[in-house]
Design a protein around this ligand. Structure first.
Ligand code: FES
Length: 107
């Protein structure tokens, strides 16, 4: 079993560190929802609602490349950042150890 540390940057800049399993096939969106973060995920993880929008503060380059569908959705957002991703498109994996994300989606 290999857990990774996922850090969520709070609005005051502090970090909340969570232990996340990488062997359950969970997406970052599902994991954050499961930890009581208020993410609507209206589309159920289909890259269609953008309510799971996160900015990756640290660890962006280690993520798999953005797909055309994900990019098309992100591109509609007024608050897109250089390191924006849809959390539902990020399957938890060991390469994400120590990632820091800020939750930007509507909730
Ligand atoms: S849950 Fe809808 S885009 Fe991620």
């Amino acid at each position: 079993m290999s857990d990774i540390k996922v850090n969520v940057q709070n609005s005051d800049g502090s970090l909340t560190t969570l232990e996340a399993p990488t062997d359950m096939g969970l997406s970052l969106m599902e994991f954050l929802k499961g930890n009581e973060y208020d993410i609507l995920a209206t589309c159920g993880g289909m890259a269609l609602c953008a309510t799971c929008h996160v900015s990756v503060v640290n660890g962006f380059d280690a993520l798999h490349p953005i797909s055309d569908d994900e990019y098309a959705m992100l591109d509609t957002l007024p608050n897109i950042t250089d390191t924006s991703r849809l959390a539902c498109q990020l399957k938890l994996n060991p390469g994400m150890e120590g990632i820091i994300v800020k939750i930007l989606g509507d909730h």
